[in-house]
Design a protein around this ligand. Sequence first.
Ligand code: ADP
Ligand code: ZN
Ligand code: ZN
Length: 753
Amino acid sequence: MTGRFANIIVDISHENVDRPFQYIIPEEMRERLCVGNAVMIPFGKGNKLIKGYVIEITDTAQYDEGKLKKIESIAEGAISARSDAIRLAYWIKQNYGSTMIAALKTVLPVKQKLKQRVEKTICCLTDADEARRLSDEFEKKHQKAKARLMRELSVSSELPQSIVTGKLNVTAQTIRSLEQAGHIEVKQESVYRTPIPKGAAEGHRNGGVKILSERQSAIVDDIMNDFKAGARRTYLLHGVTGSGKTEVYMELIARVIAEGKQAIVLIPEIALTYQTLMRFYARFGERVSVMNSRLSQGERSDQFERAEKGETDIMIGPRSALFTPFERLGLVIIDEEHEPSYKSDSMPKYHAREVAEELCRIKGASLLLGSATPSLEAYYRAQNGSIKLYELNERLAGGELAKVYVEDLRRELREGNRSIFSRRLHALIGDRLKKGEQSMIFLNRRGYAGFVSCRACGYVAKCPHCDVSLSEHANKYNGTSILKCHYCGYETQQIKACPKCGSKYISGFRAGTQQIEELLHKLFPAARVLRMDADTTRSKDSYEQILSKFANEEADILVGTQMIVKGHDFAKVTLVGILAADMSLNAGDYRAGERTFQLLTQAAGRAGRSALAGEVVIQTYQPEHYAVTHAAKQDYKGFYEEEMSYRSLMHYPPAAHMMAVLVMSADELEAKRRAAELADAARARLSSWKLSVIGPSQAAVGRINDIYRIVFYIKHSEYGALVEIKDMLENIIACKGWGKESVQLDFNPMNTY
Ligand code: ADP
Ligand code: ZN
Ligand code: ZN
């Protein structure tokens, strides 16, 4: 990186990351200076020397060159965690497209000048007998509150002030009066805000350590051999749920910590249950830190501060935990790496897996990915050798894989069953109720956006150009609807009769968890049914509450959306019913098959987690679809091969790379004009490069809050080529002075626009 000017920020700890200032890089510094370096610069009128960080090196002067000052020196011994974070932000900006400021805000923990939380404790200064005597004395004088507090203190000599003022209903004035009389003392202690339940981590160390199986040990040893030899790589651990992946993670962490390093563990928020966390606390005690979206800014900031000071060794959390400022990072683990929540849905739209790889490169750390159903991206790279693959094939805590039935809903209709439940599922639910075992009914709602299918033959209306399903869009002006392709904009009239079999039962699929709950009540009046979906989990903790009710066997059947397929293990669940298994196949994007396979495999994995044998019923209109057939056999490899040949044929990721460009404007014509201009500019490169541009067309959701959305896609076999196109588009956007909010870029998108 050489250039004559450096853009420098002087305060990165503030929420509104300061605007950059430009300085001249002295001749002799040009070879050495890198993005992320801390430098000393003359600042302000008095040219006071202050520290700043280089965020960009460029050849373009922002102002008249004669007015720029020179960098004084490179600051030695600056906090490297910070320089590393800036380097990472720069990489994010380069590879996903965003402003440097937006990238910095993503990467740098927002520091807030918050007051430290102070915890007050009321301590008894007398012994228990004296406290009891005082209590009786106050009682006689009708000083009820004082009597109450002293009696309580005679039982336990220290009480949190919050309990005293709350539960005991003693006023601050009473406390002061007792303090002045010398009976009690109020101790103050400033504490870090932490989401760890009080007492959970105390006194623990090395709890619950398992002796690893031969296979587990071999994996840990192999990774540690690389580690000790100084080789840093990316590894993929492919193993069904319950095969012992988490034990492998914990052993690796223990060994990496023993080498004086620190570790980050990413777990999707929804799987970050109390049970999982307790396993980490039991083993690593207070050296564990946790992050989740329910934390307050203060808690978040405290966690990062402790990490920066080296007071913790392990951070567990969702995507954003990746940016924990560990100085000695040695290992990053991403559990369930296939989860779409690892992709940021706001700019910069980075993927945690890719950013983790770059972070590990900068820090000299190892990266371990784990999944029962690896993403196509990870497995593809494992196949071509750039990721090292390990497999764990057996379930450790007992429990055979469940027996899976695929029920063809077309046949059900043909044979006169119009119910949501197939005859087999109906019979099996009844059987479980009789035996006192539990069932889970999972409604696959992904891709609900109105795909159209024939209930008689399973035909799905598809785009003739893109090989994705069409979506039904209602035209509210005349009551009709049209079918639309989200990728290329192809449109056709709503179909009245199935073009394949002529049936009139062709329409969008509609059924919700509530209807299913009602139907279960009707069919099985004695059954106790719990429902879990977006509606029933709105309030704080309701998610865990429903799960623990079910775990305590306070219900026979749990009905829910994808939420129920993750997290807890239920020993008594021996039946899993999957309704509308193919719904997600019709989500209208190229990842639909992958998502469906993952959901079905996970859902099926819920049955038979203990000694009791499990059964799974998959209900579908497309029993022959490879995502369904391979999920039924729990055959990842088979699925991968078929899915990969589809991606290769269509040049979809990971066979090629794809960038979505979303253009937004309150003015529809303006949005279209801009999108066309950008798409044309990209197409102009077509002659020299092997790339294709699809669109522009209206986005699937064509307007949000009165902002029109137009999208186009660019595909190329090289990621770097897309980055060059991105740079070119960003230049156009900057020259035209379009607002920075008006164009969003998304590399290898997880969804359609
Ligand atoms: P995964 O992360 O793949 O779902 P876990 O690590 O949670 O698997 O292991 C599943 C169950 O098997 C857990 O109850 C765990 O305690 C147990 N387990 C894992 N490894 C061992 C082992 N080596 N010895 C005994 N039990 C084990
Ligand atoms: Zn049909
Ligand atoms: Zn199309």
